[in-house]
Design a protein around this ligand. Sequence first.
Ligand code: ATP
Length: 372
Amino acid sequence: MQRIGVIPGDGVGPEVIAEARKVLDAVAEKRNLALEFEEFPLGASHFLKTDEVLSDETLQRLSKKDALLLGAMGDPRVKPGILEKGVLLRLRFHFDQYVNLRPVKLMEGVPSPLRSDAGRIDLQFIRENTEDFYVGLGGRVKKGLSKTELDLKRRTYEAKFDVGIELEDEEELAFQIGAITRHGARRIMEYAFQMAKSKGIEPVTCVDKANVLTDAYGIWREAAEEVSGRLGVKKEFQYVDAVALHMVRTPDRFKMIVAPNLFGDILTDLGAALQGGLGFAPSGNINPSGVSMFEPVHGSAPDIAGKGLANPIGAILSASLMLESLGQKPAAADVERAVQGVLRAGKHRTADVGGKTSTSKMGDAVVAVILK
Ligand code: ATP
């Protein structure tokens, strides 16, 4: 029995998760899988009703699951940041989901924003999810002498910063600190290179800006060198600006990209655009030895919520990623193949790519292929 916690969330979240659930039920029937689902009503409605974002008791219950499937968080009635930080970021942090896995694949039948001869787009994007310039360390100081104390606390370490600044001839200065630990860089490289090895992918492209940010990305490169050598998988280093350029001009040169948090955030949205738009992009927030959480890349899209217009493919492919991480490879492949079949046939298209198929009809079409 595999226990899955489902958090439909806000906006289009419940609509796309309903389709992912349908697809999971179908593939469970076909493959005789024992999947048990429990829904958690986190998100805007729950918050407005109870004033509670995410209780310790809920966290406790979620921690007993084998995986989590999430729709989207965010609602115009709630101040931006409360749900995103209070639920999404808290879950990622609590479960130490240090890998953000974002496969970028342009499927046949999906309109590409690139030239028709740009080549195949099919790559694994692996973004580090806990460090770099997103550790939230920074401050603003006025002219003169100042001292700022900052604390970086993670599950496995704590670092205290004592920043003394003497500012002359300028009225104010703002600073932001990026931090990468050897452990943090090593574990993301291990995840990436292990996956590359098991999928037969070479080389792994390691992204950074080590020519300018020499310390932070120096340690990043050292970890890549070490893990690549140890696992016997080739790698290449590329600067983030070059990767952005090549992703648009010659995306087929990449098979796997591993990126630090900030650059990964930006490049993976470029990836979502390349695969046809936000509606098609799946993701996993993964802790290989803990509880991982799978979610479509898009947000709650309040402008189209409740209208049956949302594209559920990103959510359905996220469910497929979840199956794969639960060790259910044939079932995961069934789902991906069914999605490919539906898109290739071209009969069903949601409004984001100029079609008329509703969210639930799209899910039905995928289910029909699985059960055929
Ligand atoms: P967030 O900050 O939570 O990511 P956002 O408003 O920046 O939210 P989304 O909520 O993802 O981004 O939506 C951006 C736009 O993309 C939406 O307004 C919507 O029109 C479109 N969109 C997002 N997801 C989908 C989807 N599944 N199907 C169709 N269109 C979508």
